[in-house]
Design a protein around this ligand. Structure first.
Ligand code: SAM
Length: 285
């Protein structure tokens, strides 16, 4: 019997699929395709996959990354695609792997992970860049269902995910991502690797949910605290938090924060302490 890799060699290459089906890329759906199986295998190798894991791929498109995922240890690959032009190519893959590949035809933004699969998921995707950050923030609300997230994004978003205090990219996304997950940039990918090439460089990043967040804090209050302080990135905390706490200067000093500090200089630990301090004075919907 032929292995999946041998059967795959009988299918048209991704470049041929794109040409045969005349799949012009739609900008509105963030379509930039990966055609090189060596690169998609490299992305999959970055993902901390274990034997038997169920993988969720957002936006398989013509199936370049999906092929590499089907060559991995994953027991099952579930893909969600919004654009029906790709369904024939994905059905052709299904014909050779059977129920190891599940195709969900729909919008990833409108589906919860529980709608997709009952059990832990490893997420792997070359994300549509226009909804990448939104999807990541949605997953932060559902980390109990996720074993890891390995995604390709614009380099500038990954710069923000991994940024440290006192750097220009440090902000709300860095704090929430690093508080909830272990974030690691894997490698950069040049625009030349995509069809068509995007205008920006991309990076592959892995986020592994922490057992418990890095420091004690309430997620909604921490989000609100970072939103309030980073709304005016260059303002001192004393000024952006004016009127929220009755004895602000004294309270900030009591947790070791200089009221004249700017939010970008505060560590994640300090943000967690600050959120605890403000909690009684913030209304959270
Ligand atoms: N995975 C393919 C690859 O690496 O070549 C395609 C990646 S392309 C950057 C993004 C894919 O996401 C496209 O196939 C696009 O149609 C799909 N997509 C865009 N928005 C989506 C959404 N809301 N839900 C599901 N898929 C979406």
């Amino acid at each position: 019997m032929l292995s999946f890799e041998e059967k795959l060699s009988f299918l048209p290459t991704i470049t041929e699929v794109i040409r045969q089906e005349q799949l012009s890329a739609k900008k509105s759906l963030g379509q930039n395709f990966l055609t090189d199986l060596n690169l998609t295998k490299r992305i999959v190798a970055t993902c901390p996959l274990k034997e038997g894991d169920v993988v969720l791929e957002i936006g398989p498109g013509p199936g370049g990354l999906t092929r590499a995922l089907l060559l991995s240890k994953a027991s099952k690959v579930i893909v969600i695609e919004k654009d029906p032009r790709f369904f024939p190519a994905l059905h052709a893959l299904q014909e050779i792997v059977g129920d190891r590949l599940t195709l969900i035809k729909g919008d990833a933004l409108s589906l919860s992970l529980a709608d997709i699969h009952q059990g832990p998921l490893a997420i792997v995707a070359n994300l549509p860049y226009n909804i990448g950050t939104e999807l990541i923030l949605q997953w932060f609300d559902d980390l109990g269902s996720i074993t890891s997230i390995t995604v390709m994004l614009q380099k500038e978003v990954v710069d923000r995910l991994v940024a440290l205090p006192s750097t220009k990219d440090y902000g709300r996304l860095s704090i929430m991502a690093q508080w909830l997950t272990e974030v690691r940039r894997a490698f950069h990918v040049s625009p030349k690797a995509f069809t068509p090439p995007p205008k920006v460089t991309s990076s592959v990043v892995t986020l592994v949910p922490r057992q418990t967040p890095l420091y004690p804090a309430d997620k909604k209050i921490l989000e609100k605290t970072t939103a309030l302080t980073f709304q005016h990135r260059r303002k001192m905390l004393r000024s952006s938090l004016r009127g929220i706490h009755p004895h602000l200067d004294m309270a900030l000093e009591s947790i070791g924060i200089n009221p004249e500090a700017r939010p970008e200089t505060l560590s994640i630990e300090s943000f967690c302490k600050l959120s605890g301090l403000l909690a009684p004075f913030l209304s959270i919907k």
